[in-house]
Design a protein around this ligand. Structure first.
Ligand code: F6P
Length: 323
C-alpha cells in the first residue's frame, strides 16, 4: 500500500478536521502518500483529489466543519457513479481509503468494497451518535455542549418570565443528543424517538411541578420524536393544559458547528490514527470505534444495522432529578 485517500461525507461534525489531521499525519509517518478527496463521494466521482502534506492539516485540530467539505452524494447511490469513482481511484493509483461519516457513508462504502474489492476503513463522524460499535461518535460531545450552553441561556429567560420552553434538538432517529443535553441542562422532561411519547404523562409531570410552585421549565424534544417536533408537542400540551406560557426554540444547525471539545478532538484523533493503522494491517470494511476507552473494530454492516439503544434508566433518572 502506497497511496491512500481520505474523505468526509454526510452531515459535518465538529472534530472531523482533527480526524483528517490524524489520518494525514499517520499516513505520512508510515511513508504513504495521502490524497484528500473533496465534497465526500462527489469528489471521487468528479475527480477532485488534492495531495495532502503535513502542512495541509496544520492549524485545523480546533476548527469545526471539514476542510475537505462534505456532501450527501446522490450520484454515489447509482452504480454508474460508483464506477466513475473507481476509475478515478485507479487513475490516481489510490490503494485504499478512509471515510469519515455516518450511516449513509458506511452504507456506500460497504457496497463499494463488495463491487470493486477496494479496501476502506471508516471513522464515525456524526453529531447524532447513532452508530453501533462506539460509545461516542465524532462531533457528539461538542453538539451536546452547544445544546447545554443554549439551554442554560433559555433557562434564564424561562425563569424570568415563568415560561415553559420546548427546545428542539437534532436527532432524526436517535435521542442521544436530547438525553445527554437534557440531563446536563436539568430539563423537566426529555422526549426521544426511541420511546413513545404520551402527552398525558408529560402533562402529569408538568402538573406535579406546578403544584410545587414550579412556574417555568424546559422540555427537550428530539426532532424525530414520535409526537412531532417541538412546535407540535407545544401545541398539544397547550391545547390541554393552559397554565403555562409556552415558547419554542429550535436549535437547528448551530449544533453542527463550532470548535470541537477536547473530548471530540481526542476521540477524532484516535479514530483517525487507528483507521490508517488498520489499513496497514490489512483490515477493511470496518468502522473504528471506542468502547470502554478501548479501540474497537465493527464491520460496517453491523455499525449501520444494529441499534446502540438509548439508556432508558437515564431518561427516568432525569425526570426524578428534575422533579
Ligand atoms: O445526521 C446528522 C444530522 O445533523 C441530523 O441530526 C439531522 O437530522 C440532519 O443531519 C440534518 O441534515 P441536513 O443538514 O442535511 O439538513
Amino acid at each position: 500500500m502506497k497511496k491512500i485517500g481520505i474523505l468526509t461525507s454526510g452531515g459535518d461534525a465538529p472534530g472531523m478536521n482533527a480526524a483528517i489531521r490524524a489520518v494525514v499525519r499517520t499516513g505520512l509517518y508510515n511513508n504513504l502518500e495521502v490524497f484528500g478527496i473533496m465534497d465526500g463521494y462527489n469528489g471521487l466521482i468528479n475527480d477532485e483529489f488534492v495531495k495532502m502534506e503535513s502542512s495541509s492539516v496544520s492549524n485545523i485540530i480546533q476548527r469545526g466543519g471539514t476542510i475537505l467539505r462534505t456532501a450527501r452524494s446522490k450520484e454515489f447511490i447509482e452504480k454508474e457513479g460508483r464506477e466513475k469513482a473507481y476509475e478515478n481511484l485507479k487513475k490516481h493509483e489510490i490503494d485504499a481509503m478512509v471515510v469519515i461519516g455516518g450511516n449513509g457513508t458506511f452504507t456506500g462504502a460497504n457496497i463499494f468494497i463488495d463491487e470493486f474489492d477496494f479496501p476502506i476503513m471508516g471513522a464515525p463522524g456524526t453529531i447524532d451518535n447513532d452508530l453501533y460499535g462506539t460509545d461516542m461518535t465524532i462531533g457528539y460531545d461538542t453538539a451536546v455542549n452547544t445544546v447545554v450552553q443554549a439551554v442554560d441561556k433559555i433557562r434564564d429567560t424561562a425563569t424570568s418570565h415563568n415560561r415553559l420552553f420546548f427546545v428542539e434538538v437534532m436527532g432524526r432517529d436517535a435521542g442521544f443528543i436530547a438525553l445527554r443535553s437534557g440531563i446536563a441542562g436539568g430539563a423537566e422532561d426529555i422526549l426521544v424517538p426511541e420511546t413513545i411519547t404520551y402527552i398525558d404523562e408529560l402533562i402529569e409531570i408538568l402538573e406535579k411541578g406546578f403544584r410545587k410552585n414550579k412556574m417555568s421549565g424546559i422540555i427537550i424534544v428530539a426532532e424525530g420524536d414520535d409526537a412531532g417536533g417541538a412546535f407540535e408537542v407545544a401545541r398539544k400540551v397547550k391545547e390541554r393544559y393552559n397554565h403555562y406560557d409556552t415558547r419554542v426554540t429550535v436549535l437547528g444547525h448551530i449544533q453542527r458547528g463550532g470548535s470541537p471539545t477536547a473530548i471530540d478532538r481526542i476521540v477524532a484523533s484516535t479514530m483517525g490514527h487507528y483507521t490508517v493503522n488498520a489499513l496497514l494491517e490489512g483490515r477493511r470494511g470496518e468502522m473504528v470505534g471506542i468502547i470502554n476507552n478501548k479501540v474497537a473494530y465493527t464491520p460496517f454492516n453491523k455499525a449501520i444495522k444494529y441499534n446502540k439503544g438509548i439508556r432508558r434508566d437515564l431518561l427516568k433518572m432525569a425526570r426524578i432529578l428534575a422533579s
